[in-house]
Write a protein that binds this ligand. Structure first.
Ligand SMILES: NC(=O)C1=CN([C@@H]2O[C@H](COP(=O)(O)OP(=O)(O)OC[C@H]3O[C@@H](n4cnc5c(N)ncnc54)[C@H](O)[C@@H]3O)[C@@H](O)[C@H]2O)C=CC1
Ligand SMILES: O=C(O)CCC(=O)C(=O)O
Length: 447
């Protein structure tokens, strides 16, 4: 970690020796600390307020046992959490994830990142993240609905439009948000914008489904414009086959790029001539039906590379859009050797620390998730605005505002990220977000 200075070493050393060491949270905090601690030290008010030390400890971590009955009538027990990291600039805000790999560490790191991401959007949203170690794979629709209801039986008292506003994340889409919202509404006896990503018939925003993936591509277009080029004809690798991946692929194709891949945990779908919108729609339909993508119809021009990730295929742009730590050091070395020009994180923290180091040393522009994938939560913020106004905006208005927000985030990140004639997007994002959080935290006293 050659970027780490004495200040961040000191700050992190206590965390590193903690017996409950949380590796994902540690990596996320380390990334931020090395960029902002000097700013904090040089600002009397920030230093006195110990801003980063306060953000490093969530306001609270709520932990729940979720008990429900499966289709066979057997009792199932899961563990769930809501990490409310900070509401200094707005109500707690961040998604809910259902996946067997979910731990308190995962959610603590995601909640911390969410504070910075939400600050970058310019909208009044604090940071939170939640989820459960529940695996929806192989579960029936009824079982997933019962699980959502059992979870809300526990979590509903802590959720509300001005309190904490969850949304979807991995394995939590519009359908699950509908069930969660329904259960919240029933428990609390009120209707309000307590969730985003809702169905359009009960307060959801147009374009929320597309927003994260589209926003990634709007951000990449800004990076390319900064380099004096565009997406036209660029070869793009996308990983994942979910909400973020398929919408990033769709928008990149619409902007003239040649998207070569999507992927899942079993392998990579390769389109040598570039994915068509029909091929992307096929992947979306398979995912929605809970079916795999290993046997695509011949007319779509796809090949499934069993057991492979997309990263060995030569390309100009990489968009990891599946999950954290999905791209490691050796994959980064292959991308670098194949002449990659930029990478934007659709997923949250998809690069391992080793992969980040390879990219940095090679001078490859890397847009961190907190900037590049902020479009999703930005449109969630617009959904909260629409709910508060009791109005519905047109898709065109939301999309235009989304593009505008991504361009503003890009400008803010570039303004803080110029180092030795190049742009360090990670540093720019950390500092721009930190300043906003620090101003709010110092202004509100010691609490
Ligand atoms: N949905 C949203 O609005 C936002 C999501 N994100 C992040 O984007 C990432 C993806 O989230 P969604 O698309 O919403 O989830 P999703 O549940 O729609 O899709 C995730 C997909 O990734 C695939 N996957 C999981 N692990 C993989 C691996 N190791 N290799 C290849 N594929 C893998 C799974 O097959 C799954 O279909 C996550 O890191 C999430 O936190 C970030 C910002 C907003
Ligand atoms: O829309 C939201 O509130 C949350 C989106 C999210 O979980 C994320 O940005 O990682």
């Amino acid at each position: 970690m050659e970027r780490r200075d004495a200040l961040s070493e000191l700050f992190l050393s206590e965390l590193a020796t903690n017996p409950d060491f949380e590796p994902n949270f540690y990596n996320a905090l380390a990334e931020v600390a090395q960029d902002v601690l000097t700013i904090e030290k040089n600002d009397k008010a920030y230093a006195a307020a110990r801003v980063l030390a306060r953000l490093a400890v969530p306001d609270r971590i709520l932990s729940f046992r979720v008990t429900w009955a499966d289709d066979a009538g057997e009792v199932q027990v899961n563990q769930a959490w809501r990490v409310q990291t900070s509401n200094a600039i707005g109500p707690y805000k961040g998604g809910l994830r259902f996946h067997p790999s979910v731990t308190q560490d995962t959610l603590k790191f995601l909640g911390f990142e969410q504070c910075f991401k939400n600050a970058l959007t310019g909208l009044p949203m604090g940071g939170a993240k939640g989820g459960a170690d529940f695996n929806p794979r192989g579960r029936s629709r009824q079982e997933i609905m019962r699980f959502c209801q059992a979870l809300m039986a526990q979590m509903a008292p802590f959720i509300g439009p001005d309190q904490d506003v969850p949304a979807g994340d991995i394995n939590v889409g519009t359908r699950e948000v509908g069930w969660l919202f329904g259960a919240w509404r029933q428990r609390r006896g009120m209707f309000g914008g307590a969730f985003t990503g809702k169905g359009l018939s009960f307060g959801g925003s147009k374009m929320r489904v597309e927003a994260t993936g589209f926003g990634v591509v709007y951000f990449v277009a800004c990076m390319l414009a900064e380099m004096g080029t565009s997406l036209e004809g660029k070869r793009v690798l996308v990983s994942g086959k979910g909400n973020v991946a398929t919408h990033a692929a769709q928008k990149a194709v619409e902007e003239g790029a040649k998207v070569l891949t999507l992927s899942d945990t079993g392998g990579t779908l390769l389109a040598e001539e570039g994915l068509t919108l029909d091929a992307i729609a096929w992947v979306q339909a398979r995912k929605d039906a809970g079916e795999d993508i290993a046997a695509p119809p011949a007319e779509l021009g796809l090949r499934y590379l069993e057991g492979q990730t997309p990263w060995h295929i030569p390309a100009d742009i990489a968009l990891p859009c599946a999950t954290q730590n999905e791209l490691d050091q050796s994959a980064a070395e292959i991308l670098r050797d194949n002449g990659l020009m930029l990478l934007a994180e659709g997923a949250n923290m998809p690069l391992t620390p080793g992969a980040s180091r390879v990219m940095r040393l090679a001078g490859i522009a890397v847009a961190p998730g907190k900037a590049a994938n902020a479009g999703g939560v930005a449109v969630s913020g617009l959904e909260m605005t629409q709910n508060a106004q009791r109005l519905t905006w047109s898709a065109a208005r939301v999309d235009e505002t989304l593009r505008d927000i991504m361009e503003r985030i890009h400008r803010a990140v570039v303004a803080e990220g110029r180092v030795d004639g190049r742009i360090d997007y990670g540093r720019g994002a950390n500092i721009a977000a930190y300043r906003k959080l620090a101003d709010a935290i110092t202004a509100q006293g010691v609490l």
